[in-house]
Design a protein around this ligand. Structure first.
Ligand code: HMG
Length: 389
């Protein structure tokens, strides 16, 4: 039985900061951000958007196209949770008008959460092949102002419909994974910003890539050349080049010339370069970018995916692009959304960064900003109130 991604949709907030502006304010050569780490812009989340609205906005085109009736499971992966108890998936479930006979949960393991969600969704759909699952991943990446992590901040959400008749990507059953208890990046409950040991986290990302790859190779017998493209978790896009280099070395394959390397790697990087790190959504944002931008038809080609979540969990897995997949992409919606974002000044970025919501239960109403179909309208008695625009 084929199981995999039937539809995939990506959503980013409607405001954006050019990293050249940030570089100027921080007294840094802009090439460090644009070339050194490979990022051009950072998505800025206005006060009336959060992970619920980002995720629901990502999912709306999917449920509008595929219908709502067969969806029996919604899993939302995030590390920017809005509540310690209630699953954010329940808010999305209501906004999207999904059936009441549906399981809704939230999962977490840093940026790896969405991959765990995808695997759980695939297992659930395998058990009940006539049903579908909606996997959502939404995050807002925040580091301290003027810290090394700041230029890698970002935000966005991905939505994937999982079914037994996937029109976009059929998942291979084999995968290679690796778990290790480390402190490379974390966010205690009392902090808004993540704490990170940047260089160590990057080293661990690359080390666990090789471990997950080795396990994947042992499980599948496949080598690097069996994959037409690779999609990596993208805390910053330059890491995709470093990762590919490591894998070539591990497989004893000479590194392709620069133009060939760019042809292989770059199509998956376009969206992330424009949004920054979207944590749990990242590797699937890379997949959406690849499918939307690869000039060649990828039908029947195998794609390798590497998912990394600090803490840490790593998984290398793969899938085969389905014939006719281009007819089921949301390429135009993605491009229009990113092209029509409103640029913010440095001052506006800082104001939004420092915007706080009351924690005493007082009535708070959010001014309307540009965004998708859903927004956070207010908070009253510690309850978030969402609305469709
Ligand atoms: P840094 O210390 O500011 O940067 O931190 P750097 O000095 O290492 O420079 C970065 C690169 O820019 C270097 O290239 C420089 O040579 C180059 P490299 O040697 O790495 O190839 N550079 C220049 N290039 C062109 N022109 C110039 C120039 N100047 C320097 N003028 C760091 C960089 C990524 C560590 C920092 O941004 C950071 O701490 N980021 C946050 C943590 C992170 O992204 N970690 C990645 C792995 S962990 C992960 O992926 C999980 C995560 O997504 C969270 C989760 O799982 O939930 C983060």
């Amino acid at each position: 039985m084929n199981i995999g991604i039937d539809l995939i949709s990506f959503h980013a907030p409607s405001y954006v900061l050019d990293l050249r502006i940030l570089a100027e304010m921080r007294g840094v050569d802009p090439d460090k951000f644009v070339i050194g780490i490979g990022q051009e812009r950072m998505a800025i989340v206005p006060p009336d958007q959060d992970i619920v609205t980002l995720a629901a906005n990502a999912a709306l085109p999917i449920v509008d196209k595929a219908g709502r009736d067969d969806i029996e499971l919604v899993i939302l992966a995030t590390e920017s949770g809005i509540d310690q108890s209630k699953a954010a998936a329940l808010f999305c479930h209501k906004l999207l008008g999904l059936p009441a006979a549906c399981r809704c949960i939230e999962v977490k393991e840093a940026c790896y959460g969405a991959t765990a969600a995808l695997r759980m969704a695939a297992a659930m759909v395998a058990a009940r092949p006539h049903t579908k699952a909606l996997v959502l991943a939404a995050d807002i990446a925040r580091y301290d102002l003027a810290s090394p992590g700041e230029p890698t901040q970002g935000a966005g959400a991905i939505a994937m419909l999982v079914s037994t008749r996937p029109r976009v990507l059929a998942l291979d059953p084999e995968s290679g994974f690796h778990a290790e208890d480390i402190m490379d990046f974390w966010r205690p409950n009392y902090r808004e910003e993540a704490i990170v040991d940047g260089k160590y986290s990057t080293r661990m990302y690359l080390t666990t890539l090789l471990r997950a790859w080795k396990n994947y190779h042992a499980a599948s017998g496949r080598s690097l050349t069996d994959h037409a493209h690779l999609c990596f978790h993208l805390p910053f896009t330059k890491i995709a080049y470093k990762s590919f280099e490591r894998l070539c070395k591990a497989d004893g394959i000479p590194l392709p010339p620069r133009d060939e390397l760019e042809r292989l790697i770059d199509p998956a990087l376009h969206y992330n370069r424009q949004t920054g790190n979207t944590y749990a959504a990242c590797v699937y944002e890379a997949l959406a970018s690849l499918l939307d931008h690869a000039p060649a038809n990828l039908a029947r080609k195998r794609i390798g995916l590497f998912s990394y979540g600090s803490g840490c969990m790593a998984e290398f897995f793969s899938g085969v692009v389905q014939a006719g997949y281009r007819d089921h992409l949301f390429t135009d919606t993605h491009r229009t959304m990113l092209d029509s974002r409103t640029p913010v000044t440095y001052r506006q970025y800082e104001d939004i960064f420092n915007y706080g919501v009351p924690s005493d239960g007082a009535d708070h109403v959010f001014a309307p900003y540009r965004g998708g179909a859903f927004r956070l309208a207010g908070i009253k008695d510690h309850k978030r109130r969402y609305e469709a625009k």
